[in-house]
Design a protein around this ligand. Structure first.
Ligand SMILES: CC(C)(COP(=O)(O)OP(=O)(O)OC[C@H]1O[C@@H](n2cnc3c(N)ncnc32)[C@H](O)[C@@H]1OP(=O)(O)O)[C@@H](O)C(=O)NCCC(=O)NCCS
Length: 171
Protein backbone atom coordinates (compact mmCIF):
# COMPACT_ATOMS: atom_id res chain seq x y z
CA UNK A 1 0.00 0.00 0.00
CA UNK A 2 1.54 3.27 -1.13
CA UNK A 3 0.70 6.16 1.23
CA UNK A 4 1.73 9.62 0.12
CA UNK A 5 1.47 12.98 1.86
CA UNK A 6 0.31 16.19 0.24
CA UNK A 7 0.29 19.67 1.74
CA UNK A 8 -3.23 21.09 1.70
CA UNK A 9 -3.45 24.54 0.09
CA UNK A 10 -6.28 27.10 0.15
CA UNK A 11 -7.62 25.75 -3.15
CA UNK A 12 -8.04 22.34 -1.45
CA UNK A 13 -10.59 23.70 1.01
CA UNK A 14 -13.53 21.63 -0.25
CA UNK A 15 -11.53 18.40 -0.15
CA UNK A 16 -10.40 19.34 3.35
CA UNK A 17 -13.94 20.09 4.46
CA UNK A 18 -15.13 16.74 3.12
CA UNK A 19 -12.53 14.61 4.90
CA UNK A 20 -12.75 16.72 8.07
CA UNK A 21 -16.54 16.40 8.32
CA UNK A 22 -16.59 12.71 7.42
CA UNK A 23 -13.94 11.73 9.96
CA UNK A 24 -15.32 13.98 12.71
CA UNK A 25 -18.79 12.50 12.35
CA UNK A 26 -17.46 8.93 12.27
CA UNK A 27 -15.42 9.55 15.41
CA UNK A 28 -17.93 11.39 17.57
CA UNK A 29 -21.46 10.44 16.47
CA UNK A 30 -21.55 7.39 18.73
CA UNK A 31 -21.20 9.55 21.86
CA UNK A 32 -22.74 12.86 20.74
CA UNK A 33 -25.97 14.28 19.39
CA UNK A 34 -26.45 15.08 15.72
CA UNK A 35 -27.11 18.71 16.77
CA UNK A 36 -23.76 19.05 18.50
CA UNK A 37 -21.96 17.52 15.50
CA UNK A 38 -23.71 19.96 13.17
CA UNK A 39 -22.86 22.85 15.45
CA UNK A 40 -19.19 21.85 15.15
CA UNK A 41 -19.53 21.62 11.36
CA UNK A 42 -20.92 25.16 11.22
CA UNK A 43 -18.54 26.80 13.68
CA UNK A 44 -15.29 24.90 13.06
CA UNK A 45 -15.55 23.16 9.72
CA UNK A 46 -17.12 25.84 7.51
CA UNK A 47 -15.42 26.81 4.24
CA UNK A 48 -14.71 30.27 5.68
CA UNK A 49 -13.08 28.96 8.84
CA UNK A 50 -11.05 26.30 7.05
CA UNK A 51 -9.91 28.79 4.40
CA UNK A 52 -8.70 31.17 7.11
CA UNK A 53 -6.78 28.30 8.72
CA UNK A 54 -5.27 27.24 5.39
CA UNK A 55 -4.08 30.81 4.90
CA UNK A 56 -2.59 31.06 8.39
CA UNK A 57 1.22 30.75 8.19
CA UNK A 58 1.26 29.32 11.69
CA UNK A 59 -0.81 26.29 10.72
CA UNK A 60 -0.10 23.49 8.26
CA UNK A 61 -2.40 20.79 6.89
CA UNK A 62 -1.38 17.54 5.22
CA UNK A 63 -3.51 14.95 3.45
CA UNK A 64 -2.69 11.22 3.50
CA UNK A 65 -3.42 9.91 0.01
CA UNK A 66 -3.81 6.29 -1.17
CA UNK A 67 -4.58 5.51 -4.82
CA UNK A 68 -5.54 9.15 -5.38
CA UNK A 69 -8.03 9.15 -2.48
CA UNK A 70 -7.67 11.27 0.65
CA UNK A 71 -7.89 8.85 3.58
CA UNK A 72 -6.84 11.14 6.42
CA UNK A 73 -5.41 14.48 7.38
CA UNK A 74 -3.21 16.25 9.86
CA UNK A 75 -3.34 19.79 11.18
CA UNK A 76 -0.43 21.23 13.16
CA UNK A 77 -0.13 24.66 14.75
CA UNK A 78 2.89 26.79 15.64
CA UNK A 79 3.18 29.64 18.16
CA UNK A 80 0.08 31.85 18.25
CA UNK A 81 -2.08 29.41 16.24
CA UNK A 82 -1.91 26.81 19.02
CA UNK A 83 -5.27 26.42 20.76
CA UNK A 84 -3.60 26.57 24.19
CA UNK A 85 -0.15 27.21 25.66
CA UNK A 86 0.92 29.28 22.60
CA UNK A 87 4.51 28.51 23.52
CA UNK A 88 7.01 29.21 20.74
CA UNK A 89 8.88 25.98 21.66
CA UNK A 90 5.88 23.75 21.07
CA UNK A 91 4.00 22.31 18.10
CA UNK A 92 0.34 21.36 18.56
CA UNK A 93 -1.12 18.41 16.72
CA UNK A 94 -4.61 19.86 16.61
CA UNK A 95 -6.09 17.16 14.40
CA UNK A 96 -5.02 13.76 13.15
CA UNK A 97 -7.97 11.99 11.58
CA UNK A 98 -8.11 8.87 9.44
CA UNK A 99 -11.15 7.30 7.83
CA UNK A 100 -12.43 4.20 9.64
CA UNK A 101 -11.40 2.02 6.71
CA UNK A 102 -7.74 3.00 7.08
CA UNK A 103 -7.38 3.03 10.85
CA UNK A 104 -4.92 0.38 12.04
CA UNK A 105 -3.34 0.29 8.55
CA UNK A 106 -0.17 2.34 9.08
CA UNK A 107 -1.56 5.63 7.82
CA UNK A 108 -1.49 7.19 11.31
CA UNK A 109 2.28 6.69 11.76
CA UNK A 110 2.94 8.44 8.43
CA UNK A 111 0.95 11.53 9.48
CA UNK A 112 2.37 11.37 12.98
CA UNK A 113 5.98 11.19 11.72
CA UNK A 114 5.25 14.18 9.52
CA UNK A 115 4.22 16.18 12.58
CA UNK A 116 7.44 15.19 14.32
CA UNK A 117 9.57 16.12 11.31
CA UNK A 118 7.83 19.52 11.01
CA UNK A 119 8.61 20.12 14.70
CA UNK A 120 12.23 18.99 14.35
CA UNK A 121 12.81 21.10 11.23
CA UNK A 122 11.61 24.13 13.19
CA UNK A 123 13.94 23.12 16.08
CA UNK A 124 11.01 22.93 18.51
CA UNK A 125 11.32 21.25 21.89
CA UNK A 126 8.08 19.31 22.15
CA UNK A 127 4.85 18.25 20.45
CA UNK A 128 1.56 18.34 22.37
CA UNK A 129 -2.13 17.69 21.76
CA UNK A 130 -5.53 17.53 23.44
CA UNK A 131 -7.61 14.34 23.27
CA UNK A 132 -11.07 13.59 24.64
CA UNK A 133 -10.75 11.34 27.70
CA UNK A 134 -13.21 8.83 26.18
CA UNK A 135 -11.29 8.52 22.91
CA UNK A 136 -9.52 5.36 24.04
CA UNK A 137 -8.13 4.40 20.65
CA UNK A 138 -6.46 7.77 20.10
CA UNK A 139 -5.07 7.81 23.66
CA UNK A 140 -3.58 4.34 23.10
CA UNK A 141 -2.04 5.50 19.84
CA UNK A 142 -0.44 8.54 21.49
CA UNK A 143 0.79 6.54 24.48
CA UNK A 144 2.44 3.94 22.31
CA UNK A 145 4.21 6.82 20.54
CA UNK A 146 5.60 8.16 23.81
CA UNK A 147 3.09 10.88 24.76
CA UNK A 148 2.32 11.44 28.45
CA UNK A 149 -0.64 13.28 30.02
CA UNK A 150 0.45 16.57 31.61
CA UNK A 151 -2.87 18.39 32.17
CA UNK A 152 -6.59 18.41 31.38
CA UNK A 153 -8.89 21.02 29.91
CA UNK A 154 -12.58 21.42 29.18
CA UNK A 155 -13.69 21.23 25.56
CA UNK A 156 -17.15 22.42 24.56
CA UNK A 157 -19.01 20.47 21.89
CA UNK A 158 -22.32 22.23 21.23
CA UNK A 159 -24.08 22.31 24.60
CA UNK A 160 -21.86 19.69 26.24
CA UNK A 161 -18.68 20.12 28.23
CA UNK A 162 -16.16 17.32 27.85
CA UNK A 163 -12.76 16.76 29.39
CA UNK A 164 -9.65 16.50 27.24
CA UNK A 165 -6.29 15.16 28.33
CA UNK A 166 -3.38 17.31 27.27
CA UNK A 167 -0.48 15.06 26.25
CA UNK A 168 3.10 15.94 25.43
CA UNK A 169 6.16 14.36 23.80
CA UNK A 170 9.58 15.95 24.31
CA UNK A 171 11.81 15.94 21.21
C1 LIG B 1 -6.32 8.20 16.45
C2 LIG B 1 -5.89 7.58 15.13
C3 LIG B 1 -5.20 8.64 14.28
C4 LIG B 1 -4.89 6.46 15.43
O1 LIG B 1 -4.61 5.79 14.24
P1 LIG B 1 -4.81 4.20 14.13
O2 LIG B 1 -4.42 3.77 12.78
O3 LIG B 1 -6.18 3.88 14.60
O4 LIG B 1 -3.73 3.72 15.24
P2 LIG B 1 -3.24 2.28 15.59
O5 LIG B 1 -4.19 1.24 15.11
O6 LIG B 1 -1.81 2.20 15.17
O7 LIG B 1 -3.24 2.35 17.19
C5 LIG B 1 -4.42 2.34 17.93
C6 LIG B 1 -4.25 1.41 19.11
O8 LIG B 1 -5.44 1.44 19.91
C7 LIG B 1 -5.94 0.13 20.05
N1 LIG B 1 -7.40 0.26 20.14
C8 LIG B 1 -8.31 0.15 19.18
N2 LIG B 1 -9.55 0.38 19.69
C9 LIG B 1 -9.37 0.62 21.01
C10 LIG B 1 -10.26 0.91 22.09
N3 LIG B 1 -11.57 1.01 21.89
N4 LIG B 1 -9.74 1.11 23.32
C11 LIG B 1 -8.40 1.02 23.54
N5 LIG B 1 -7.50 0.75 22.54
C12 LIG B 1 -8.01 0.55 21.31
C13 LIG B 1 -5.45 -0.62 18.85
O9 LIG B 1 -5.44 -2.00 19.06
C14 LIG B 1 -4.05 -0.03 18.70
O10 LIG B 1 -3.16 -0.57 19.66
P3 LIG B 1 -2.07 -1.68 19.24
O11 LIG B 1 -1.19 -1.08 18.19
O12 LIG B 1 -1.35 -1.94 20.53
O13 LIG B 1 -2.86 -2.85 18.76
C15 LIG B 1 -7.10 6.99 14.36
O14 LIG B 1 -7.68 5.93 15.10
C16 LIG B 1 -8.17 8.00 14.01
O15 LIG B 1 -8.08 8.72 13.03
N6 LIG B 1 -9.25 8.04 14.82
C17 LIG B 1 -10.37 8.90 14.56
C18 LIG B 1 -10.03 10.36 14.72
C19 LIG B 1 -9.47 10.66 16.08
O16 LIG B 1 -9.95 10.21 17.10
N7 LIG B 1 -8.42 11.49 16.06
C20 LIG B 1 -7.76 11.93 17.25
C21 LIG B 1 -8.47 13.09 17.82
S1 LIG B 1 -7.52 13.70 19.20
Amino acid sequence: MNISLKSALPEDVLALQLIARQTFRDTFLEHNTEENINDYFITKLSVEKLTAELLDHNSRFFFAVIDGNIVGYLKVNFGPAQTELQDSNGLEIERIYITKEYQGKKVAPVLFEKALSVAREAALKYVWLGVWEENKRAIKFYEKNGFKVFDTHVFTLGNEQQTDYLMKLAL
